[in-house]
Structures are given as C-alpha cells and as structure tokens.
Design a protein around this ligand. Structure first.
Ligand SMILES: Cc1cc2nc3c(=O)[nH]c(=O)nc-3n(C[C@H](O)[C@H](O)[C@H](O)COP(=O)(O)OP(=O)(O)OC[C@H]3O[C@@H](n4cnc5c(N)ncnc54)[C@H](O)[C@@H]3O)c2cc1C
Ligand SMILES: NC(=O)c1ccc[n+]([C@@H]2O[C@H](COP(=O)([O-])OP(=O)(O)OC[C@H]3O[C@@H](n4cnc5c(N)ncnc54)[C@H](OP(=O)(O)O)[C@@H]3O)[C@@H](O)[C@H]2O)c1
Length: 505
C-alpha cells in the first residue's frame, strides 16, 4: 500500500480539522507567542491607564444562559452532538471537498485557492449566488482554552434558552457553536475582572471594560484584535467559571463564498475561490494570525492537492443573492468589474452567457426567442470583464477559461491589469479609465445595460465608482460630476449597477 493510500485510508475515520493537525501543521495560536503578547498587553495598559483610578460606568454582566455540569450529573444519556447554529432557517447540507488547485503563484505570500465541493444532493443556484460554509474551531485551540480554565474532565451543557433543551458535550459545542476569536465584549472583560484573584489584574480588566478604558479597549481589541485566549494568558490569576464565559461568547458564524461555477454546466459540483486572510495583532507584522475559515481551508487545500483521496466534508448552505445576477436576455450588454477573488462569480456569469449563446445559435433560422420576442442573432449584446490582480500568472486557469468563453461571445472582451508588475495601469479602476471610450460605448449602447462590481468594498469598489463618474464626465456624457453621480444612483435604483462587495474590519 502506498504511503498516500495509507494516509487517505486512515483519514477516513478522522475529523477534517484533526486530519490537518496530524500532518504537523501547528495551531495558529502559538503558546510561545503568549508571553510576548502578554507583555505587549501590559505595556499598553501601563502606558494608557492609571491602575489607581476607580472604574466608572461598568457594563452590566450578561444574563445567565448556559448550565454546565459533569457526566455524573447527567439525568439520562440523551447527549446530542453539537451542531452548527445556522442563521434563519437555511437548510444545511454536507458536501465533499473534492478538488483544490492553487491559483496564486507558488511563492506568493497570499495563497489563492480554487476548490470544488460535491453536495450530497444537487442544489440549484444561479450565477452570483453565494454559499455559507461553517468551519469548526481547531481542536487544539479548544483544548488550550479548557486547559487554561482548569477543566480536565469532560463536561456537558444545556442552553436554558433553547426549546429543544438537548445536552451537548462542552468540547464539541466550543468547536461548533462559539466564536473564540471575535472581539471580546466589554461585559466579558468585566466578568473576567470579577474573577481575578490578583488586585492589579482585576483593576486593569474592570478599567478596560469601563468608560475610562475606552481608548485602551479600542487599541487592544478593535485595532489590536486581541482575543479571549490572549487575555486569559495575560491575566493568569483570572479563573472564571466556564458557563459564565460561554454566556459572553457570540455564536460562530458561517463564512460566505461566491460560487465560481455554473449550475447548468455541472450540477454535481460547486466551485469556489478564496484567498488566505492574514491579520496582524496590534498592527505588528510579527504577530500574524490566519483568518478562521481561510486558515483551515488553506491547510485542507494543501493536503488535498497532495493527497486527492482525502474524504473531507464541509457543512454548507445556499445563500441566494437578491439582485447580483446576470440578465437572462442575451441582447443586454453588461460590464463586470472586479479584483482578486472578486473574479469568482464572474466565471459563472461568463460560462452561463456562453451556454445561453450556444443554445441560441443552435436554434433554427437565425432567429431566436428572447423574452418571448423573435430577434435576429446579430443583436447579441457584448460583455466586458475588467479584472485586476497582483502578478502575471495568478488566476491563470480562470483567465484562460474566461478568455475562451469571451472570445466566443460576439464583441465581448477581457481586460486585465497587474498591480505588482511594471506598467502604466495598476488597479482595475485605472484600466476602466484607459478604456473609457469602450466603457461608455457599452453602457450607452442599450437602455438596459448593466454594471456589476465584485470584491473588496472598502477600497476597490469605491475606486471603481469614482472612476466611472470621472469617465462619464471626461467622455462628455455628463457636464459635471453631480450629474454623473445622479446617473449612477439611477442605475443603482434600477438594479443596473449592482455591487456584491465585502467590507472587513
Ligand atoms: C456574499 C459574500 C461572498 C463572499 N465571497 C467570497 C469569495 O468568493 N472568496 C473570498 O475569498 N471571500 C469571500 N467573501 C469573504 C468571506 O466570507 C470571508 O469573510 C473571508 O474569506 C475571511 O474569512 P476568515 O474566516 O478567514 O477571516 P476572519 O477570521 O473572519 O477574519 C479575521 C480577521 O481578518 C479581517 N479580515 C477579514 N477579511 C479580510 C480581508 N480580505 N483582508 C484583510 N483582513 C480581513 C477580519 O476583520 C478579522 O479581523 C465573501 C463574503 C460575502 C459576504
Ligand atoms: N461576493 C463578495 O462579496 C466577494 C466575493 C469574492 C471576494 N470577496 C472579497 O473581496 C476581497 C478581495 O480580496 P483578495 O485577497 O482576493 O484581493 P487582493 O489580493 O487583496 O487584491 C486584489 C487586487 O486588488 C488590488 N487592490 C488593492 N487596493 C486596491 C484599490 N484601492 N483599488 C483597486 N484595486 C486594489 C491589489 O493590489 P495590491 O495588493 O498590489 O495593492 C490586487 O492587485 C476580499 O475581501 C474577499 O473576501 C467578496
């Protein structure tokens, strides 16, 4: 038996995250960093707070919600396994992660992965739709938290607010239901303060939770992204009861990913793209952490590329988009603008358009039905895709596929720019300006033409909007920026300027 087969066989019986750990990938939260991070937390507190001051206006403590008890206190053996807590009434289903392919360059500091999942039953989705994916907390992290709270034996818990009143194991609930890396709330800091044995630690935490500590709270938790575990490590005398900590923790949320595939082309699988998120603690590059979901996906994809037989399963749900869908009518021209992984949905848009066009071509007489009317083939509207990424070679597979589809569609075009290669165009909004005349021709060639934008909402989408406004003025479509802005507003109201963008922070 080859090593690979042996491994995949062994992996069958293991939880996906443990599989990843097995192969020597260390947990992101490194114990060795704790000492340094603790020093930093105390240095920040020391330089911004006077620990002799009395805290004022403390936040209220959270109401009691969970009941935690040992095995001996179990009434019956009716223990359920903890399940992910899904927003609204979405239907969760299991999907096998069947293939992964690196889309970034091999030596890139920011890996970008394409991955495919095979849902247990087919899910009909439209180009532009996203899926919610749940990712458990790492088992080593949960163990670390329990160890720090001096919990050595298995514990069970009940949510007194839940109608089902099931009993679940604390360990599995901590993996599936609680967000351990969200910003600690002020009520949690107050609670932790009240359970400190050391006076100095107690005062520091109470001040941090109070009005007086507002700026320090922002520095450490909002900008610094210090987590519950960092705090517990930095305040060793703090010994809160587990159930009160649980009372303060938010639920683990799913992460959303746009489908990059087209249902009509292959209904058995759904494709996605993600880029690994790294974020600094205290804005210091030496303490970088990985995003919760993309950190796990990156490890799994690395494994899957090497051992394609892994049986890795994800829990996902369909998250349809309201308006971010390409027009059904082949006559309507549209513009797609994106950067980085914002390319994901447009791979589906282009594929769907090509399929639609092929179908149309196969109809008889050079005439085809478009929204009930017979129109001539020559009236097919062009589509343009404007895309920006860092370097030549990134997203190569996607760009090749898209280019093939686009070259098949009448008058359609793909424009690409690279931000980290020499050249006169850096970002996608600059590329739009360079092609200003073509951009205007497409938008004003049809009364229903559309503009779609996808990707980072904070910078790219803003830059794109400003660029379009400048283009409309410079190309003399409108006499001034105010009129151009009003036009963009009209397009947006008519759902002809649709953004699917993501703000993080
Ligand atoms: C409808 C929708 C569709 C989406 N589609 C995709 C997609 O196709 N591909 C994709 O990669 N992402 C997509 N996203 C974003 C995705 O859902 C996650 O938010 C992202 O992958 C980060 O998740 P994480 O758990 O790794 O990071 P988290 O653990 O949630 O974040 C860790 C820290 O990093 C910060 N952060 C989060 N994202 C970034 C970022 N991009 N850059 C810098 N810091 C960041 C957070 O504020 C937080 O402090 C989409 C979001 C939405 C709402
Ligand atoms: N449906 C959705 O909401 C959806 C779908 C997919 C992705 N997303 C989100 O979109 C974001 C894309 O991130 P990513 O990691 O894929 O991209 P990225 O690698 O960070 O950036 C992609 C490209 O955009 C450039 N860029 C940086 N600042 C820009 C600006 N102000 N204007 C225009 N371009 C700019 C980058 O250049 P430099 O880095 O060289 O400066 C790079 O060339 C993520 O936040 C992801 O979660 C959302």
């Amino acid at each position: 038996m080859s090593e690979e087969t042996g491994l995949s066989f062994r992996f069958e019986s293991m939880n996906i995250y443990d599989k990843v750990m097995e192969h020597g990938f260390i947990v992101d939260y490194l114990k060795s960093d704790c000492e340094l991070i603790s020093k930093y937390i105390w240095a920040t507190i020391g330089s911004t707070l006077d620990l002799d001051t009395l805290p004022s206006r403390l936040p209220s403590l959270p109401p009691e919600r969970y009941r935690v008890f040992p095995k001996e206190a179990l009434v019956k053996d009716n223990i359920a396994s903890a399940s992910f807590l899904c927003p609204s009434s979405e239907q969760l289903f299991e999907a096998k992660l069947s293939r992964a392919k690196l889309l970034s360059l091999k030596n890139s500091t920011k890996p970008i992965w394409h991955f495919e999942v095979e849902p247990e039953s087919s899910v009909r989705y439209l180009p532009g739709d996203a899926f919610g994916i749940f990712v458990e907390n790492d088992s080593q992290l949960v163990s670390l938290l329990l160890e720090r709270l001096k919990i050595n034996d298995p514990l069970y818990m009940k949510d007194t607010k839940s109608v089902s009143s099931v009993t679940v194991e604390v360990f599995s609930a901590l993996r599936k239901q609680f967000d351990l890396f969200s910003t600690p709330k002020k009520s949690l800091l107050r609670l932790l303060g009240e359970f400190c044995v050391d006076d100095r630690e107690e005062r520091a935490l109470l001040l941090l939770s109070s009005d007086i500590g507002r700026d320090t709270y922002r520095t450490l938790f909002i900008r610094g992204r210090v987590s519950l575990l960092d705090i517990l490590m930095a305040f060793p005398s703090c010994e809160p009861p587990l159930q009160r900590v649980l009372d303060c923790l938010p639920f683990l949320t799913p992460r959303y990913y746009s489908a990059s595939s087209c249902y009509e082309s292959d209904s058995r699988k759904i494709d996605f793209v993600f880029s690994l998120v790294h974020y600094p603690i205290f804005s210091e590059k030496k303490w970088m952490r990985r995003g919760h979901a993309t950190g796990v996906f990156d490890r799994i994809c690395n494994q899957l590329e090497k051992w394609p037989k892994h049986n890795v399963r994800l829990t996902i749900f369909h998250h349809p988009s309201l308006y971010f869908h390409p027009p059904d009518n082949l006559q309507i021209p549209y513009l797609m603008i994106c950067a980085g992984t914002g390319l994901a949905p447009f791979r589906g848009f282009v594929e769907a358009r090509r399929r639609h066009y092929e179908k149309w071509l196969s109809m008889e007489d050079g005439l085809a039905a478009v929204e009930g009317e017979l129109v001539e083939r020559t009236f097919v509207g062009p589509i343009y895709l404007f895309f920006g990424c860092r370097k030549i070679g990134e997203f190569q597979d996607y760009l090749e596929e898209i280019e093939t589809d686009i070259s098949f569609l009448p008058d359609s075009k793909l424009f690409v720019c690279y931000s980290r290669e020499s050249g006169d165009v850096k970002y996608v909004q600059d590329l739009l300006k360079k092609q200003a005349e073509q951009v205007c021709n497409l938008i004003f060639s049809h009364s229903s033409s559309c503009i779609y934008v996808c990707g980072d909402g904070a910078n790219m989408a803003k830059g794109v909007q400003e660029s379009l406004i400048d283009i409309f003025v410079n190309e003399h479509i409108f006499g001034n920026k105010e009129d151009a802005k009003n036009f963009m507003k009209e397009l947006s109201d008519e759902r002809r300027y649709v953004q699917d963008i993501w703000f993080w922070g």
